[in-house]
Design a protein around this ligand. Structure first.
Ligand code: NAG
Ligand code: NAG
Ligand code: NAG
Ligand code: NAG
Ligand code: NAG
Length: 624
């Protein structure tokens, strides 16, 4: 055992004084490392010396370099017992005892009415991403027998509640050639919080919060002064509404109540109903606390680790597991903003004909850009079910009175009425969105969503010919049977302000007037790969038409991505990719953080036969 070096401990103690919360003052010390050298820090200047970074694949339970049970016990000791080894929840359905069978029944029927799935260390919102690992067997036992394996679910999980836990997990994974994943709430669509044979850092319980009535950072024009909040990385959107109510202020958070507000949402961009007024989630951040790939805990803000600060605002995501693990942030806060809500719905059945239906949709699309200029955001869905077309839309207009909203919408309703579609401008409702009863309960345990996304440039609205072509592309994909979900918003650079405007986020966000997800539908686990690929190729053909018409200034959104997005580096980050990749290589020379579609991920691949590609297979270097 090394003698205890008090100067070192003092030095560590002084470096953490800028932490936001007490849980961040608990950090890894030399004493811990002396007791278990496998959790030593990495050396970024000579990354190959301390770590085995040349093996073709990451270790997994059937490789000889997988840690022994004794090693896992030691790391659990270092972690003071927060290491979990969770089985997939549905494993209860494969057990041969009454208690488990009852649990299985509860999981199928009632678990969705509780927070069970949200509080599960390995459950993911998009189930196909773990492969055909351990799904619910069909009732009645007809059809194929399914099996229960750990599959794409991580093997071990660190239930992190201190920075020290995060550092230990990271250092151990780096030194022992483990695949590392980071999970916050698991609201991801391509499997970024999944990983075969992985050690997972679970940040769900980092829920500290502090309102700061007056906060100043920067100077001159490069300055923010006003209300702010310190936020732990594990906070969910509904919890933020509780804090907003309590402190009589507004924060920019995701619309989905159970989405993690300061994990991948912020790091990948993050849109919400305040996007046209205050910009993206990533535009709100004034400072991050980060554990970097070498295991060190640092502050990233203007003047300190600026590269990390730049890249982590939009150049993520993965609970920020591209460049580091964020444990907390300081974000901007605003006076309380009521949001006025209204809606517009019509169908092909109440339109004179299909041409008129689409003419009305086009009118709405055009009009929505005007509502964005008023600070509003609009959300539409267009579906085609066997030739029956439905258009539904919510208008969300922050800081506007009901009367102002009614007046602002009237010309749109008049135009659509004049086309022969009867629609009535409803009395708007005004709400400070509230948290009560909406803590994510009812969230499905799993879903098979697979979709692609696109940011449409405002220039397409300004040029008449291009506009007609753009609307034609939208119409074609709906006619082909896919669901279109458009969100009108304008998080421009001017709106992003300081320091938001200069960040790693996709520049297409700054020029957009509409963002859209297009659903290709449910992915059935275990469907033949050729069939899945054939279906995807058809879908992708229509997406290509949209990509073509938005090629200049358009892009895709990494947080709501197609795992097979073509030319994804350019699609998700455009010109920013180059700088983000450079930062990734400097900050993480080990390739410790990896997830599909993230910056630098082209260097590794999951060996799986699944389509769409899942996380159920070893993670290996791509051979050149
Ligand atoms: C880690 O230690 C705690 C406390 O002793 C124990 O409850 C837990 O099961 C251990 N975890 C693993 C994976 O062994
Ligand atoms: C994880 O840690 C939190 C906070 O200590 C605790 O409340 C929770 O029960 C733990 N979860 C599991 C699955 O052990
Ligand atoms: C909340 O803040 C607003 C404006 O900042 C103020 O007008 C209002 O009186 C405050 N409400 C309460 C309950 O403090
Ligand atoms: C439009 O449809 C939504 C739900 O589909 C409904 O909540 C809303 O009240 C409808 N609005 C109008 C004006 O009919
Ligand atoms: C998209 O553009 C490319 C290149 O100009 C062209 O080859 C392709 O056919 C176009 N695809 C569609 C669906 O419009």
């Amino acid at each position: 055992m090394h003698p205890i070096n008090f100067t070192m401990i003092l030095a560590l103690a002084t470096t953490v004084t800028c932490a936001n919360f007490p849980f961040e003052a608990e950090v890894l010390t030399d004493i811990d490392i002396a007791a278990f050298p496998d959790i030593a820090f990495g050396d970024i200047s000579s990354p190959s010396i301390s770590d085995h970074d040349k093996r073709p694949c990451r270790a997994h339970p059937s490789t000889p370099d997988w840690p022994t049970l004794a090693d896992w016990h030691r790391i659990n000791d270092s972690l003071r017992g927060v290491l979990l080894k969770p089985a997939p929840a549905a494993s209860a359905c494969y057990a041969d005892c009454d208690a488990e069978r009852e649990k299985c029944e509860w999981l199928r029927t009632e678990a969705g009415q509780t927070r069970f799935w949200l509080n599960d260390p390995i459950n993911m919102f998009t189930e196909w991403t773990v492969g055909n690992s351990c799904g619910f067997p069909r009732r009645g036992g007809d059809g194929e027998e399914r099996e229960c394996r750990q599959g794409g679910y991580p093997v071990y999980v660190v239930n992190a509640t201190t920075v020290r836990h995060v550092q230990i997990a990271m250092n151990f994974a780096r030194r022992r050639n483990l695949r590392l994943v980071i999970k916050n709430t698991g609201h991801d669509f391509v499997g970024k919080s999944a990983g075969f044979g992985a050690l997972s850092i679970w940040t769900h319980h980092l829920k500290s919060f502090e309102f700061v009535p007056q906060y100043t950072v920067g100077q001159g024009d490069e300055r923010y002064t006003g209300m702010a909040a310190r936020v732990g990385a594990g906070l969910e959107s509904w919890e933020m509404y509780v804090h907003m109510e309590k402190h009589n202020m507004t924060l920019v958070v995701p619309n989905g109540y159970s989405v993690g507000a300061f994990g991948g949402w912020t790091a990948g961009g993050g849109h919400s109903n305040l996007a046209s007024l205050y910009g993206l989630g990533s535009d709100q951040v004034l400072s991050f606390q980060v554990v970097t790939a070498d295991g060190r805990f640092v502050t990233a803000e203007l003047g300190k680790n600026e590269d990390l600060f730049w890249a982590s605002r939009g150049g993520g995501p993965v609970m920020i597991g591209t460049y580091g693990v964020i444990t907390s942030a300081i974000i901007k806060a605003y006076p309380p903003i009521p949001v006025t809500l209204s809606s517009l719905n019509f169908t092909s059945a109440n339109s004179p004909d299909l041409e008129t239906f689409w003419a009305a949709v086009n009118t709405y699309f055009h009009y929505s850009s005007h509502l964005c200029d008023l600070g509003g955001t609009t959300y539409n869905y267009i579906t085609n079910i066997n030739g029956f077309y439905t258009f539904t839309n919510d208008f969300e207009l922050p800081s506007m009175t009901a009367q102002h909203t009614l007046d602002a919408l009237q010309p749109l309703f008049d135009t659509i009425n004049d086309m022969g579609i009867p629609v009535v401008n409803p009395q708007p409702t005004t709400s400070l969105r509230s948290s009560s009863g909406s803590n994510g309960v009812g969230m499905a345990s799993s879903s098979g969503l697979w979709f692609a996304s696109r940011l449409f440039p405002r220039a397409n609205w300004d040029d008449e010919e291009l506009y007609v072509d753009t609307m034609g592309a939208v119409r074609e994909i709906v006619e082909a049977g896919y669901t279109f979900h458009g969100i009108h918003m304008t998080p421009t650079e001017a709106i992003a302000g300081w320091p938001g405007a200069d960040s790693g986020v996709n520049p297409a966000f700054r020029k957009t007037v509409m963002y859209a997800d297009v659903w290709m539908g449910d992915v059935t686990a275990g469907a033949p790969a050729e069939e899945v690929l054939r279906n995807h190729a058809r879908f992708n053909g229509y997406m290509d038409r949209i990509r073509n018409v938005t090629r200049v200034g358009g892009g895709a959104y990494v947080n709501e991505a197609d795992v097979l997005e073509p030319d994804w580096q350019r699609g998700f980050w455009g010109k920013k990719y180059k700088r983000s990749l450079m930062i990734k290589r400097q900050r993480d020379p080990w390739g410790l953080f990896w997830a599909p579609t993230t910056v630098g991920s082209e260097k590794w691949t999951v060996r799986t036969k699944d389509e769409p590609p899942t996380q159920d297979g070893p993670l290996c270097r791509v051979e050149r």
